[in-house]
Design a protein around this ligand. Sequence first.
Ligand code: ADP
Ligand code: MG
Length: 493
Amino acid sequence: MSSSTKTEFQTYDNFINGEWTKNASGEMFPVYDPSTEEVIAQVASSNQADVEKAVKAARAAFDSGPWATTSAQDRGRILFKLAEKIRQNSARLAELECRNTGKPIVEAEYDIADVATCFEYYGGLATKVLGSVNPVPANALSFTLREPVGVAGQIIPWNYPLLMAAWKLAPALAAGCTCILKPAEQTPLTALEFANCFAEVGLPPGVVNIINGLGETAGAALVAHPGVDKIAFTGSAAVGKLIVKSAADTLKRVTLELGGKSPNIFFTDADWEASIDGALFGVFINQGEVCSAGSRILVEKKIYPQFVEAMTEKAKRIKLGAPLDRETKMGPLVSKEQYDRVSSYLELGKKEAKVAIGGNRPREFGKGFYLEPTIFYDVDNTARIAREEIFGPVATVIPFEAESDAIRIANDTLYGLAAAVWTRDIYKAFRVVKSLRAGIVWVNHMQPTYVEAPWGGYKQSGFGRELGPWGLEEYLETKQVFVNLDEAPINWY
Ligand code: ADP
Ligand code: MG
């Protein structure tokens, strides 16, 4: 790298109370393009003092700012304007997302379109928050008010950066909360660029604050702060557990969307071509850096050898390349840390199972955190590669004999985020659907995700739901109001 490029780094401070704000320590951390391993930005590393500032701003905006009296209609309108801003800047945001995460540009474009749709959806939902009248037997009127939960701390991962920000910000704003967003340290850039339009769309200062920094410092301080009413987290199960423990001290509301080891189940009678495609797409989309990745591919024994062979043949066509190249189907992993992590699972997998394809760093790339799409087969469900979330382009293929075996193996995991089943037999399909312990089950597809439908996991994949009305619900409290209509005194004493 030439010395001149060093001076061109964009630097990003925190966004607090409507202003770009220097962090207390002055320390910055680098943000990389994982395809070139070059630094593309420097970002403020926040500590307790910075979190304090953000909480103060979010608290004031919630407790006494104009946001507190902004009508649901107007909150909805602001969300529509945010969607419009995203659409106006979609090409630039997609490119930035692509450069920062390493995901293929075509996928980044889908993500940004989904971001806009998410803001629109919750813009519409803002005016549809309804209470109820409760049929109490007294001479009274009992009803419920739905009120915002307060200041929401929102900690998001690096795999779908702006989309995860949207999934958290949009319902929170629709509900009337104020937010402190902590982007993943690897990929904060699109969320930070997005903040530049907040004032223009009419978001009052302090309603959305963005704190940059590491999980262990900025993230942990946000979770521990008594001025934060709720934490919404998407990330690893290990950090999810830390968050629940820390949040217990202040009894914060917590919602968690954690990892998975999702089964993708194929029966003999399923459409062959669609199945092979679906097995690959389910696990290799976004370099496999997907919480709902179909990383355990369960295949009925009758078709198992041909299935592994067909998957392998088709996987050879997956084009690895520069993220900005429109032909690219798989980019580098997001970071050196993730590359090392996944590489160690590749070595482990070679001991635990057989390699159908991949297992190494592709030779054609001198730089960048690239790994080959890898298919392990003859995997036993007790193997570590079948039990631990790898979060990379690594498939484990597991044979099964009967439907009951498929269900047993599918459910034999600590996780329960997603699952899919492929068959033309609707009886079998729905029997399996009902037996799977997972929050999302696809039939004859894997991965499509829509803002209208709920998203979240069973078991150690977390609790709470995002998207749809369920997502809004997580940002609302319920107040019961009892209005006595009996004018006589109680006459008790
Ligand atoms: P990964 O293992 O891929 O880094 P993490 O679960 O560590 O996934 O990260 C997801 C998000 O959680 C990131 O924004 C990260 O900064 C944050 N985070 C990590 N550790 C903590 C922590 N101890 N407390 C709060 N947030 C954290
Ligand atoms: Mg981490």
